[in-house]
Design a protein around this ligand. Structure first.
Ligand code: SF4
Ligand code: SF4
Length: 79
């Protein structure tokens, strides 16, 4: 499974929750007790180690909150 990482532009989030339902690794949640500059409960990653870099969150988010990075796997050369 590919390894991924997301960077979240916290202050763009409006707390709609769309991304929290679409993530196949179930690692996105709305912060229960902190707010962003707009006053919304913003999205956060609960376990970055489980991110597979699928970019489903980036595709569904209407406010371009996510930047997704994915580990590049280089095939081993035969000896
Ligand atoms: S890239 Fe995929 S696995 Fe990672 S947080 Fe976004 S939806 Fe979840
Ligand atoms: S889909 Fe975008 S705006 Fe909605 S909660 Fe997720 S990051 Fe925030």
């Amino acid at each position: 499974m590919a390894k991924g990482m997301v960077v979240i532009a916290v202050d763009r989030c409006k707390g709609c929750g769309l991304c929290t339902h679409i993530c196949p690794s179930n690692i996105l949640a709305l912060s229960p007790d902190s707010f962003n500059a707009k006053g919304y409960h913003h999205v956060m990653v609960t376990d970055m180690e489980k991110c597979i870099g699928c970019a489903s969150c980036a595709r569904i988010c209407p406010d371009v909150v996510f930047t997704v990075y994915r580990e590049k796997r280089v095939p081993k050369k035969a000896a």
